[in-house]
Design a protein around this ligand. Structure first.
Ligand SMILES: C[S@@+](CC[C@H](N)C(=O)[O-])C[C@H]1O[C@@H](n2cnc3c(N)ncnc32)[C@H](O)[C@@H]1O
Length: 541
């Protein structure tokens, strides 16, 4: 294969970050913006030892799952990777990625449930931070071009909350009016580095943060007055002083220009205070889905002792405290633990103790004091758990571990370790917290082997009845596939009949007629063909 060569190729798979993969002369070629089954003319732009990179020049056969990207900056931005995939194709991509990663890195073949998608996957991000630059004498805000310090100007982002789309351009204009200049990374001149917004989806409260290189800020009072007049949602305005020259966005020191320095939001019936440096999940609607799944997986009992490791502002602790005897939450960021303590108090929850500590060290003390724990919920940052944490987790040996992660690769790595020590993955549920992007949140239930409880759970689990082909796609996915591609609806009965036709084994009594001799209409040929096509697509036949 040569650089600059043109090839005609068919896309056969995706990379973990959503690039199409075509095969040429035995080498995978990664092609941006190409979907599975699409055929096109590809120009080879880079050839390396184990793979090549190509550019899609012309699409000759397009996928029924392709959709028009909503954002005009989709190709430049790099923030959304999958906007050109229909919701069903995004769901398949995410589910498969979790399944493949768990198998490859976690050496685990537990069936992954279809990713739980968001109904309207737009305008969901409740936290937005944009760099500030200058063009033609005017301030601009937007995003960094990939692998560069150049800012691409952007006012309307389709995944960030709609308030930010108005608040950020307005703030920028005000800063320009009072004579503020952007910080220049090369000359170290100027002041304004970033504008950051945090938004409480359920409370409509907003926090605005101006991140500056200097301690000074022109006409602070005027800025605050104008901002609050135009945006009454603004509960607090903060100046964060960051004199650093690296890429860390927030500095240590913060000056509260207005309000209390935090906003509030509600999740699953509790109200939370959220400060600037405290982690808060970025998709509030989907996080409720995620937490509910985690609680369902944990099968909590009133006598249970639970550890919520990497607890942030205590949202998981508070969501499950009502079902158990006691919760211990541990988190390393001081501001977050202050929020967590306040959150327990303001919601009248008194069976949680919060600790500001490294999670691994907390587990050491907990294990040393020979305290018993039934369930550990783990929700670490992207890099996953430390070896110290995992070792101590194994020492404490809870019956169940509920592992939540936004990076399935590090999660699978940690799971592999736990699986070598008496734990087994029972359930795995991806949740789409980041629609339009390749990122995925996954909640996994690990149970201890060789305990009676473990056996009980296994015997009662419905999924045991699933055949491997049935588990490849749900009825809903098949229905959606047919509707997307053929434009008509098929019923559960149509699918069940076609499965029977193709020799795909169903669970006993699953979608079978209730009475032995009940009469059912046959599946029309047109529908049968469409369903078989779906089976082929999901590799069930
Ligand atoms: C993905 S967040 C999860 C937070 C919380 N469980 C939630 O759902 O909002 C990970 C949290 O771990 C905290 N963290 C990072 N390193 C830590 C460590 N070594 N020990 C304890 N907490 C840590 C971060 O500050 C962050 O709040």
């Amino acid at each position: 294969m040569q650089k600059n060569e043109y090839i005609k190729a068919k896309c056969v798979d995706y990379t973990h970050d959503g690039l199409g993969i075509v095969k040429h002369e035995g080498l995978p070629v990664f092609v941006k913006n190409m979907l599975i089954d699409e055929v096109g003319k590809v120009k080879i732009i880079k050839v390396l030892k184990r793979y090549a990179v190509g550019r899609l020049i012309e699409l000759e056969q397009s996928s029924p799952f392709r959709q028009e990207a909503r954002c005009p900056l989709f190709k430049q931005c790099g923030g959304c990777h999958l906007q050109h995939l229909s919701p069903l194709a995004q769901q398949q991509f995410k589910t498969k990625r979790v399944q493949d990663t768990l198998a490859k890195i976690g050496h685990c073949d537990t069936q992954v449930e279809p990713c739980l998608m968001m109904q309207e996957g737009w305008f969901y991000r409740n936290k937005v931070q944009v760099p500030v630059g200058e063009r033609n004498g005017h301030l601009i805000t937007g995003f960094y071009k990939q692998h560069s310090n150049d800012i691409v100007a952007m006012d309307q982002c389709f995944i960030q909350n709609e308030l930010s789309n108005q608040l950020i351009p307005y703030t920028r204009k005000l800063l320009e009016e009072v004579g503020e200049k952007p910080f220049d990374k090369v000359t170290h001149q100027g002041n304004i580095k970033h504008i950051l917004v945090k938004y409480g989806y359920y409370t409509n409260q907003a926090m605005l943060v101006l991140i500056t290189y200097q301690r000074s800020l022109c006409q602070k009072d005027y800025l605050v007055q104008q901002l609050k007049k135009r945006f009454p949602q603004l509960q607090t305005i903060i100046q964060n002083y960051n004199p650093r020259h690296d890429n860390v966005i927030l500095g240590e020191e913060e000056m509260i220009l207005d309000g209390k320095g935090y906003i509030e939001d509600r999740l699953l019936g509790h109200t939370y205070r959220i400060s600037l440096k405290s982690f808060y999940q970025i998709n509030p609607q989907q996080v409720e889905v995620l937490y509910q799944k985690a609680i369902e997986f944990a099968q909590l009992k009133p006598t249970d002792i639970v550890i919520d490791a990497y607890c942030g502002i205590g949202t998981i602790s508070l969501s499950l405290a009502q079902y158990v005897k006691k919760v211990y939450g541990v988190e390393i960021v001081e501001q977050a633990i202050e929020d967590a303590k306040d959150n327990a108090k303001r919601n009248g929850v008194d069976n949680i103790e919060f600790y500001c500590q490294d999670a691994g060290e907390f587990m050491v003390s907990f294990a040393k004091s020979h305290q018993h724990v039934d369930v550990v919920v783990v929700d670490p940052p992207r890099k996953g758990c430390s070896t110290l944490f995992l070792n101590q987790l194994l020492t404490l040996s809870p019956d169940k571990i509920v592992y939540i992660s936004c990076d399935v690769a590090t999660q699978a790595r940690d799971i592999d370790i736990l699986q070598q020590h008496d734990y087994h993955v029972k359930k795995c549920q991806p949740v789409d917290m980041f629609p339009q992007s390749f990122h995925i949140e996954t909640v996994v239930l690990l149970s201890k082997l060789k305990t009676k409880k473990h056996i009980d759970i296994e015997l009662h689990t419905d999924e045991l009845d699933l055949t491997s082909s049935e588990s490849k796609a749900t009825y809903q996915e098949i229905k959606q596939y047919v509707l997307d591609k053929y434009g008509f609806k098929v019923s559960t009965l149509n699918i069940a009949q076609t499965k029977q036709e193709c020799g795909i084994k169903e669970r006993d009594n699953y979608n079978k007629p209730k009475m032995e001799n009940s009469k059912q209409p046959n599946c029309p040929k047109e529908k049968e063909d469409a369903i078989k096509d779906a089976f082929r697509y999901f590799q069930m036949i």
